[in-house]
Design a protein around this ligand. Structure first.
Ligand SMILES: [Zn+2]
Length: 81
């Protein structure tokens, strides 16, 4: 299972959760303040229009693996599946 990074909107803390892709967009409980006002930090495809885009988040996630579009584009078409 992949690790996703979340940000807590209550305490502004970041934490990582090992979860399935299908569960990715669900709110996770912040380990710091136990708030469920959390949001996954998506970097590969900017589905959320978060006002703050961190360049470091972008770099760490884009290097993590292919599948930016399921192999439909030329840049990631080397996937066997
Ligand atoms: Zn929190």
């Amino acid at each position: 299972m992949p690790i996703y990074e979340y940000r807590c909107e209550s305490c502004a803390g970041k934490f990582e959760v090992l979860t399935r892709f299908a569960e990715r967009d669900k709110a996770q409980v912040c380990p710091t303040c136990e708030s469920t006002r959390t949001r996954v930090l998506v970097s590969s495809f900017a589905s959320l229009t978060a006002g703050e885009s961190s360049a470091s988040d972008f770099a760490s996630e884009s290097s993590g693996g292919g599948g930016c579009c399921g192999g439909a584009c030329g840049s990631c078409g080397s996937s066997p599946n």
